[in-house]
Design a protein around this ligand. Structure first.
Ligand SMILES: [Zn+2]
Length: 65
């Protein structure tokens, strides 16, 4: 299992993995770029940190074509 995040396709920095607490204290994991005004949206939230990372990495690959 890899937790390595691909860099932001717009600004090149490594994004942050973060979570919010949802109902019943479920962790809602997402990945977002922390650069101010960067146009990249955070990922949809996932119940699992690794899924959030995979979502970011997959989306990044798709955006590169
Ligand atoms: Zn960015």
């Amino acid at each position: 299992m890899s937790e390595k995040l691909k860099p932001c396709p717009f600004c090149g920095v490594t994004p942050d993995v973060d979570y919010e607490l949802g109902e019943q204290n479920w962790k809602k994991w997402f990945v977002k770029c922390h650069t101010k005004y960067c146009p990249v949206d955070k990922t949809d939230w996932s119940v699992n940190k690794q899924i959030a990372i995979d979502t970011w990495n997959t989306r990044h690959k798709e955006e590169r074509g």
